[in-house]
Design a protein. Structure first.
Length: 207
């Protein structure tokens, strides 16, 4: 059985959605990042980088949400095409997410919520970049149902994580008709609903 150490975060939800889509058993272990539990000695033994999520498969420990998505897809033969061109499109979007959309969203949210004072330039820079990334994604989705083509894949799961938590960097989908359509389609998937419910159950009422 898989063990997932996670919280209700944009990156954690990716692993949970993949596991729910694959219909495999897993045990969920809460790591309350609001209380700094990701910096505990026990957790750092799993992931020295102090980030969630972490996937444990027997004695194999894997960090980084994109790597976890690829591992699960390859282990179970779903959510990742085998044909080289289609497979490359999925990786293209995974890399765009990891290098572009995800850090822009994260940094915009950080400076808005945690380090706002005296950081107007940083807020403008990262918010502008996050909006640019959303516009690029909207263009991709203008000609495809999903982000890497006509089939749902781990690339959709990756992008969904931060767009699900878009209120953190105070972004919305106004004027992004294609992204909004895609988001509602993914949100309506039963596996996604189950994953969100499990992720949100990790947040204590007093957190």
């Amino acid at each position: 059985m898989y063990h997932v150490h996670a919280f209700s975060t944009p990156n954690s939800i990716k692993a949970l959605i993949a596991l729910e889509e694959l219909s495999v058993n897993y045990e969920l272990h809460p790591v309350n990042v609001r209380k700094g539990e990701q910096q505990s000695e026990a957790y750092l033994a799993l992931n020295p980088n102090g980030k969630v999520p972490v996937l444990v498969d027997d004695h194999f420990v894997l960090t980084e949400s994109a790597a976890i998505l690829v591992y699960l897809a390859e282990q179970h033969g779903r959510l990742l095409p085998q044909e080289p061109p289609a497979r490359a499109r999925v990786f293209e979007q995974l890399f765009i997410h990891a290098s572009g959309l995800s850090p822009a969203f994260g940094q915009a949210g950080y400076f808005l919520k945690t380090a706002k004072e005296g950081n107007a330039h940083a807020i403008e820079r990262f918010t502008t970049e996050a909006k640019r990334q959303l516009k690029l994604l909207d263009g991709v989705l203008a000609s495809h149902r999903f982000v890497a083509g006509d089939a749902y894949s781990i690339a959709d799961i990756a992008h969904f994580g931060w767009i699900w938590r878009r209120s953190y960097p105070e972004l919305d989908l106004a004027g992004l008709r294609n992204v909004a359509r895609w988001y509602e389609d993914v949100l309506a998937r039963p596996a996604v609903a189950r994953a969100i419910k499990r992720a949100e159950s990790l947040v204590p009422v007093s957190a």
